[in-house]
Ligand binder design. Sequence first.
Ligand code: C5P
Length: 225
Amino acid sequence: FQPKVLAGKRVLITAGPTFEAMDPIRGITNHSSGKMGFAIARAAREAGADVTLVAGPVALATPRGVARVDVQSARQMLDATLAETPRADVFVATAAVADWRPANTSDEKIKKDGSGAAPTVRFTENPDILLTVAQGERARKGALFCVGFAAESHDLVAHAQAKRARKGIPLLVGNIGPLTFGLDDNQLLLVDEHGVRELPRASKLVLARTLVAEIARRMFADSRT
Ligand code: C5P
């Protein structure tokens, strides 16, 4: 039994990787199964929230009662997110957004020319969805509660604290290594203004329920001050 700690709240979640096309056949992407974000969507729904999931290309079923918008690229994910943020109370950015996309895309498949030469791909930076949302929210003095994630290969605590500060968000969740792509369980670190707290290793769904409870506690604590 899950208490309805988010009853009446609207929760927006990004999940999965983005795919950045080079041509109609190829592109670059990030490792991400989307499982953590989908688990948070399910847990938020169980907690009574109205949930929208903006999903990159993943092979996962939509949790019951959750609205889903499928996207491919970071720019599509940004547009779909910005279309929903005005109505949202909570934004959880779990997506593994590609930091860069090919600067030029070809409408036709790029062909080998037989010379053995390989094409050179130039990249351009993608928008930072979480940063865009958090900055916009601060500018309009809004109450959207933003949560970010961090997956790092080293120095997780330092990177997670720096990321929380750089994005200007109240809560940053670190994935404690080894990286858990595709697995059903995970270990998380919560970084907030009070410091760092480790959650015990558990399934992504159990962690998602804990995270939803932590978000609700912080939102209601914030609104009392
Ligand atoms: O800066 P970094 O990518 O490490 O931060 C990770 C956090 O920022 C995650 O919550 C991720 O979903 C979000 N992010 C984003 N758009 C990007 C890059 C990261 O929303 N382009």
